[in-house]
Design a protein. Structure first.
Length: 163
């Protein structure tokens, strides 16, 4: 069954990219996430690990923390999480634990991804996953950040040419 959220994957991923830009503007690794329910963004988050001095302040975790408990409760039934980078084990675990209905991500994370790239937590939990939505844009913002941060291009996204 196709839902309204399915039809707007690129639009909602662009919302997640807007969150990634906020992270970049704050000097953070540019990763963004949004939670969508019934065709509406109900929470947003971006990476804030440095600002909060909190290793758990990933974009997806910040997004999950923003969910209104009166509106969504502690369960994510009917919620799709959009992330610019494949969720890690911690973020995937939270999504599994609270019953997220669907996950959509942009760039794969070959080192720590928990949705098929390194681990397969989300698939193992039978959560539908859509991969590679706006992949080029999601990888490009990360590539630019790491090139500036490291002083050289990152080999993870070496097939991207910056304009």
């Amino acid at each position: 069954m196709t839902t309204l959220d399915d039809l707007n994957d690129e639009e909602f991923m662009q919302d997640a990219l807007d969150e990634a830009q906020k992270a970049l503007d704050e000097g953070e690794v540019p990763i963004g996430a949004v939670a969508v329910k019934e065709g509406k963004v109900v929470a947003r988050g971006h990476n804030q690990r440095r600002a909060l001095n909190d290793i758990t302040a990933h974009a997806e975790m910040q997004c999950l923390r923003e969910l209104d408990p009166d509106n969504n409760g502690l369960y994510l039934e009917g919620v799709t999480i959009y992330s610019t980078l494949e969720p890690c084990a911690m973020c995937s675990g939270a999504m599994i634990h609270y019953g997220c209905s669907r996950v959509v991500y942009g760039a794969s994370d070959l080192k720590l991804g928990a949705s098929g790239s390194r681990y397969s937590f989300l698939e193992d939990a039978c959560i539908p996953v859509i991969k590679g939505v706006l992949d080029d844009k999601c990888r490009r913002i990360l590539y630019g950040f790491f090139e500036a941060e490291l002083g050289k291009p990152s080999k993870v996204w070496e097939d991207i040419e910056l304009e």
